[in-house]
Design a protein around this ligand. Structure first.
Ligand SMILES: Cc1cc2nc3c(=O)[nH]c(=O)nc-3n(C[C@H](O)[C@H](O)[C@H](O)COP(=O)(O)OP(=O)(O)OC[C@H]3O[C@@H](n4cnc5c(N)ncnc54)[C@H](O)[C@@H]3O)c2cc1C
Ligand code: SF4
Length: 483
């Protein structure tokens, strides 16, 4: 990732998409898709908002949703718990245990105190609490020391979510894991290296050759153990590209699940515009999970409410929302609270990654479980209409909620692949999963897939901490195997 001033430019990052891959994918009907993803060291954590949630304990079991069943995982929350604790320590997570009513039990307190709310967000938290909700501080992986701001690595800036951190204070995978690993004498990192195919020995039971394209030339590597960690879409694409006589539907794909069950959450960004301005700089501190599993009037899970980084006029120009009469984009951005709503999408057989005849990625996706998302949006609308803490306007301060189409001309679920998961699911049964409980391919003895692919269900909180914790879990297994 080049380190340069544009890292913190909303114009360069959001409007011009400077760091996005220039790859063009296609949707199910052949329309071009410009994916909002990047291919730098550290992957999408370079750009993430660092909201680092554990899945809820119940997310590991089977959950009934309005749109169908969210399947159980082959491991329990208790299996993952020690690794969540380790991942939170590794990624410097700041949070407050137990304030979120859906928090699962944890083996240790958060390693750092929660990130404070700025005054407008605190006002909203107070309003939510007065209305009977239990707002909480979002667990965040940023290296902020509010007790000692002069020495804090993180300066609490307004360009965190969606941007790389210019001062290396965001707990991303490069800063926290890759760079320290490179200090070891036996670790080598190849950049500009795209793995094109994995080739097996004649029996098909082992990967023998890793074919890499590097600066236009092919290079071949070999390893005793091979771990694919390309992100859910690209790991599936790699296995599909690696089809051979023994694996005619794609490597490790006797079950035909590779590429299928793609999930990415039902997400929307909603701007709540108030008469009073919202001068918040770092906005992503408040979360609400009161409707995660349902409510008194609806007995199905709805999802999670939190924030995106503070939007500005430049960012809005990249996907202009319906503008309230008398407002400009800049003015709206100065007065908006910018919510991020997440509901669980369910694993559907036909929501899938395939390849076109040139080996390019095709992503077919029909959103499901949308009623949950509509209900969640209605809950937020109702709460916002009942705010009263504004000393100037009372509850009249709130002007309304506006959909913010983050991605101009493209539906969020398709080009917005930020939360991609599910395409190489793990499970006990080789007929219905590609990976075993250790994320090893059922059909290949030395191949593991360790990224967002393994999720059998997507839950409704952000995925990265679970991907990190699982990587540590599989790491322990590999240590035993290699001993
Ligand atoms: C703007 C944004 C905000 C987000 N905010 C949050 C958040 O607040 N909280 C949260 O939990 N999650 C968030 N996410 C999601 C989070 O970043 C991802 O869930 C996480 O990074 C996925 O990790 P991964 O290992 O599966 O894949 P990735 O992070 O995508 O890493 C895959 C890596 O593989 C490389 N690669 C791909 N194909 C190949 C190939 N064929 N050969 C060689 N290398 C290859 C890529 O270059 C990349 O470095 C956000 C994502 C985005 C884009
Ligand atoms: S300085 Fe802090 S708030 Fe700004 S990008 Fe870095 S980690 Fe995020």
């Amino acid at each position: 990732m080049p380190r340069e001033k544009d890292n913190w430019s909303t114009r360069a990052v959001n409007l011009q998409g400077k760091y996005n891959t220039k790859e063009v994918w296609h949707d199910a009907v052949g329309e071009a898709l410009h994916p909002h993803t990047n291919y730098f060291v550290g992957g999408n954590t370079k750009f993430y908002g660092a909201a680092l949630f554990r899945l809820r304990r119940e997310d590991f079991g089977e959950l009934k949703h309005w749109g169908g069943v969210s399947p159980a995982w082959p491991i329990s929350y208790e299996d993952m718990e020690p690794y969540y604790t380790a991942a939170e320590r590794l990624y410097h997570v700041h949070g407050e245990r137990g304030a979120d009513p859906t928090d699962p039990p944890a083996g240790a307190p958060y390693p750092h105190p929660p990130v404070s709310h700025e005054p407008r967000i605190q006002q909203l938290a107070d309003d939510f609490a007065r209305l009977g909700c239990r707002p909480f501080h979002v667990p965040l992986g940023i290296m902020l020391d509010e007790g000692n701001p002069g020495r804090s690595r993180c300066i609490r800036c307004g360009t965190c979510d969606g941007h790389p951190c210019l001062v290396a204070a965001k707990s991303d995978a490069q800063v926290v894991c890759v760079d320290p690993a490179l200090e070891q004498p036996n670790v080598t990192l190849l950049t500009r290296a795209m793995v094109k195919r994995l080739e097996t020995i004649p029996s098909g039971r082992e990967v023998a050759r890793i074919a890499v394209e590097r600066d236009g030339a092919e290079e071949i590597y070999a390893a005793d153990i091979v771990v694919a960690a390309c992100g859910a879409i690209n790991s599936a694409a790699l296995l599909l590209r690696s089809a051979n006589d023994r694996h005619p539907r794609g490597l490790a794909n006797g079950s035909d699940v590779v590429g299928r069950h793609y999930m990415g959450h039902v997400n929307s960004a909603l701007m709540a515009v108030s008469k009073c301005p919202n001068p918040t700089i770092f906005q992503k501190t408040l979360g609400l999970n009161d409707f995660y599993f349902g409510s008194e009037d609806w007995d199905h899970p709805m999802g999670h409410i939190s924030f995106v980084g503070k939007l500005d006029g430049d960012t809005l120009r990249g996907g202009a929302p319906a503008i309230a009469p008398g407002w400009t984009l800049d003015l709206m951005a100065r007065h908006s609270l910018d919510f991020w709503l997440t509901s669980e999408d369910l694993p559907a057989w036909d929501n899938r990654v395939t390849l076109d005849q040139n080996g390019g990625i095709v992503l077919a996706y029909q959103p499901n479980n949308e009623e949950a998302h509509r209900r969640l949006t209605a809950k937020l609308k109702s709460l916002m209409a009942r705010q009263s803490k504004c000393g100037v306007h009372g509850h009249e301060c709130h002007e309304g909620l506006f959909a913010r189409n983050l991605f101009l001309g493209q539906r969020i679920p398709l080009a917005g692949v930020a939360h991609q998961n599910g395409t190489v699911r793990f499970g006990f049964d080789p007929r219905t999963s590609a990976l075993d409980a250790n994320c090893k391919a059922h059909e290949v003895d030395n191949l593991y897939v360790v990224d967002g692919s393994f999720f059998p269900s997507s839950a409704a909180v952000n995925p990265a901490l679970t991907i990190m914790a699982n990587a540590l879990r599989v790491g322990d297994h590999l240590k035993t195997r290699l001993a």
